[in-house]
Design a protein around this ligand. Structure first.
Ligand code: FES
Ligand SMILES: [Fe+2]
Length: 409
């Protein structure tokens, strides 16, 4: 059977199992959805490509003209912030003979130059220079129209301090796509909470982990609090399982919340809280898996985003960044508190590594094909499976996968 027909077969079976009937009868995605490279590539061009996926943090591209290569599920891309402050993502390939343009973070300045024959593209992707194209010293040639040979741009937008791409080019605008999440959190954190987010650029402002698992297992593990008492005994002591609730947010996210986030916990000067945060819910914390590859956490005094970068079917790079409430939160006297949060979360996420890697190993077993869901504790996890299965069914492969050639204006 061809890879494509096997993919279609899994799509049909998964959709029927995950969507059909009630949750008690549902089955999860089969092992191949976590282990097979051909499935992984089709998944990129269908499920992932049809929606908005995260590739980087906005703070990775603060400088105009800095080009950064990104390998996204085997797809070579690079990103750059142009002179108008707009992040742009391009396929990382020269229009001439297909040389990789950017192999390491580079200060390109005004012009992105191909290392092979030095064709030059401006920061909006337009082809501007074709040295010697008509022979030595002749930089133009009849019939060759630079405007037809710019870089191939991938649709991108920023939100929550994260750079997202939509490979198909057909998803709704990112703001509309995420409006259910934004509205929910505006009701909790205040209408302008996102404007106050400040990234902590210090060493304690980020965490990076490599985990030997499919990125979906990190999503699923983040969806549920069921494992708290056994995997996170420390966290469970101050935020116990019975104080958590399930969250399903439209068709874009699911996860869990707690009623016992402790603002007073930790030493040092307390951090500022969002000015518009609901005063009756200061102890609320909410944790959402934003499909397909972002994990978010919101508390009254800090926010974090984790980008899951799938490097192989069984390997994922996890990048976390902390964001705080206004510049004042980065003041020297609050360093101890921020470092304390960093340590507490670093412990929690390191505790999760053994279970996501253990689930990945479990998916080598023919004794497992999707498993079952607790009708109470696994509702958010099932929500993700159901979304994934529906995407599998509905998704036509991207026509790889551009939003158009950059054109002269
Ligand atoms: S391949 Fe890029 S200039 Fe020739
Ligand atoms: Fe966990």
């Amino acid at each position: 059977m061809s890879d494509a027909s096997r993919f279609d077969e899994i799509s049909e079976a998964s959709a029927a199992a995950a969507v059909g009937g009630d949750l008690q009868d549902a089955r999860g995605l089969p092992n191949e959805a976590y282990t097979s490279r051909s499935f992984w590539q089709r998944e990129r061009d269908t499920v992932v490509g049809a929606t908005w996926a995260a590739i980087a943090f906005s703070s990775d591209v603060t400088t105009s003209g800095l080009t950064t290569p990104i390998d996204f599920m085997g797809l070579p891309l690079f990103m750059v912030r142009d002179h108008n402050g707009v992040v742009r993502v391009f396929h990382n390939v020269c229009s001439h003979r297909g040389m990789q343009l950017v192999s390491e973070p580079t200060e390109a300045g005004l012009m992105i130059r191909c290392p092979y024959h030095r064709w030059g593209y401006d920061l909006t992707g337009q082809l501007k220079n074709t040295p010697n194209i008509g022979g030595m010293g002749v930089h133009q040639t009849p019939g060759f129209d630079c405007s037809q040979h710019g870089l191939r741009e991938v649709r991108s937008e920023e939100y929550f301090g994260v750079v997202f791409i939509n490979l198909s080019g057909n998803a709704p605008p990112l703001r509309d796509h995420l409006s259910v999440v934004t509205e929910r959190w505006q009701a909790l954190a205040g209408a302008n909470f996102m404007d106050q987010l400040i990234h902590d650029a210090a060493g304690s402002g980020s965490i990076e982990l490599m985990v030997n698992c499919n990125y979906k297992l990190a999503v699923e593990n983040y969806c549920e609090s069921y494992h708290l008492p056994f995997i996170h005994p420390g966290l469970n002591a101050y935020s116990p399982l019975d104080q958590h609730y399930n969250l399903m947010v439209g068709e874009v996210a699911s996860g869990q919340g707690t009623h016992t986030y402790d603002l007073e916990r930790g030493s040092g000067t307390p951090l500022p809280v969002f000015p518009g945060w609901n005063a009756d819910r200061l102890r609320t914390g909410e944790y959402l898996s934003l499909y397909p590859n972002v994990l978010l956490g919101l508390q009254a005094d800090h926010f974090f985003a984790i980008i899951l970068l799938p490097e192989a079917p069984d390997r994922t790079r996890e990048r976390l960044q902390f964001m705080y409430v206004g510049q004042e939160a980065l003041a020297e006297q609050m360093t101890e508190r921020r470092q304390g949060l960093h340590e507490a979360w670093a412990l929690v996420f390191s505790e999760d590594v053994s279970v996501v890697e253990g689930m990945q190993r479990g998916r080598q077993s023919p004794g497992f094909q999707g498993g079952v869901f607790s009708p109470v504790m696994d509702v958010p996890t099932h929500h993700f499976h159901r979304w994934f299965a529906q995407q599998l069914q509905g998704a036509a492969p991207c026509q790889h996968p551009v939003s158009g050639t950059a054109e002269s204006t």
